[in-house]
Design a protein around this ligand. Structure first.
Ligand code: C5P
Length: 404
């Protein structure tokens, strides 16, 4: 379940063409279990109608500080007192300048100024032309807003409505949603560096053929995302998978087990936690042909022989930092039966403090899973749930172990 579920967010729109993304954001928030109260400036209403926002949020929209629907006629006070956060998206250059100076000549800025500053965080998603964004006045305002404790989200980069290309686009709705979810996630991994391997490896037979496996990478990507949400800086070494990079995660794509080993060893040096979820191919062809192996029509099949791949987890877990516990190593085991016995034996063989077992064929490619956490003192089950939810529980569990 999203950390946003059950929250009440006041979604403010100031004037900007990016307001069309706010409709999508509103919908996504409602879908995540948030109650959304929309407040719009007069300029915002030039770009998006209050009718649309009312239909998507399921609540009447506020556009004026003189709104007679409020018994005390103090919408700016009442709306802000109920909120878990105020999110202004889009936040125009002018609106940010107004926030900076404590301007309060319409409902949205008045409400932002009137909010209880220690209880109701203010998050803004800037949206403007690239020249407006890079202008020293805007950059100065952004720096001061941050110093004042306002959370200024990044801007996107790319084509702009004006026809120019550059920085200043408002983030996409799903990116803002990810940042809001991260905002509300307890920072149990703050200051930690986490390294994750994920997905299968691909071992070439020749330039067009190879051996691989059905690992989707979903569990590893979910863990990378959960670690980042919990405040870690995350490096993800991914085999060939078709998954988007979790927001804020640094990703390196590799193909073979040996490439994965090199990348993992390189990044393990700076890491506090290493979580090996990759389904690394146990063997690779002893020789990879430089040219495509041709069928010559004789009915003869090529002879393939294999050599064992390096064990990435064991190599890192048994390195000085892994063995001393400076680098906390976590292994995964996909088994078809006798999970506890196999996971217990594997933990000792790999030399890791924590080994996470799952029933392999049942989890490959699926969105759900169940995990068995095996350590020196026994086993604990994380019951069947989405991989996203299990990843959050696993990261919480590891965070507790790091403080012991
Ligand atoms: O030996 P097995 O493949 O079952 O071990 C699984 C665990 O070891 C996983 O954490 C996997 O990522 C890791 N592993 C590895 N390098 C290998 C084989 C497995 O890092 N060559």
């Amino acid at each position: 379940m999203s950390t946003l579920a059950g929250k009440h967010i006041v979604l403010g729109l100031s004037g900007g063409i990016a307001a069309f993304k706010s409709a999508e954001l509103c919908r996504a928030l409602v879908k995540a279990g948030v109650t959304v109260q929309v407040v719009m400036t007069e300029a915002a209403e030039k770009f998006m109608t209050a009718v649309t926002m009312q239909a998507l949020s399921g609540r009447p929209v506020y556009t004026s500080q003189w709104d007679p629907r409020e018994a005390n006629n103090m919408a700016h006070i009442n709306l802000s007192r109920e909120a878990d956060a105020i999110v202004v998206a889009p936040a125009s250059a002018d609106f940010m300048a107004k926030l900076l100076h404590g301007g309060a000549d319409e409902l949205l800025s008045l409400m932002c100024l009137a909010r209880p500053i220690d209880q109701v965080p203010l998050i803004v998603a800037p949206a403007m032309n690239r020249e407006m964004w890079s202008n020293p006045a805007t950059q100065r305002n952004v720096a001061q807003l941050k110093a004042d404790g306002i959370h200024v989200l990044d801007v996107g980069q790319g084509d702009q409505a004006c026809g120019e290309t550059g920085d200043g686009r408002m983030l996409e709705a799903e990116e803002i949603l990810e940042d809001l979810e991260a905002f509300f996630t307890p920072k149990v991994m703050s200051g930690k560096q986490v390294l994750v391997t994920a997905g299968p490896t691909y071992e070439a037979i020749d330039p067009v053929r190879g051996i691989t496996n059905l690992s989707s990478g979903k569990m590893g990507f979910a863990i990378a995302r959960a670690a980042r949400m919990a405040g870690a800086s995350v490096t993800l070494v991914a085999g060939p998978v078709h998954l988007p990079t979790p927001r804020g995660v640094q990703r390196f794509d590799v193909r073979s087990a040996r490439q994965m080993l090199n990348a993992a060893v390189l990044h393990a040096d700076a890491a506090d936690v290493f979580i090996a979820t990759a389904a690394v191919a146990d063997w690779r062809p002893a020789h990879s042909a430089d040219q495509k192996i041709k069928k010559d029509g004789s009915g003869q099949t090529p002879e393939l022989s294999f050599v064992e791949n390096p064990d990435i987890l064991a190599t890192i877990a048994q390195s000085p930092r892994g063995a001393s516990g400076d680098l906390f190593c976590v292994g995964f085991a996909a088994e078809s039966h006798d999970l506890l016995a196999h996971a217990t034996a594997k933990r000792l063989r790999k030399g890791v403090p924590l080994l996470v077992g799952n029933i392999g064929p049942a989890t490959f490619g699926q969105d759900d899973n169940a995990l068995l956490l095996v350590d020196a003192s026994g086993a604990r089950e994380l019951p069947h749930a989405s991989k996203q939810a299990l990843a959050v529980q696993l990261i919480d569990d590891i965070a507790v172990r790091l403080t012991r």
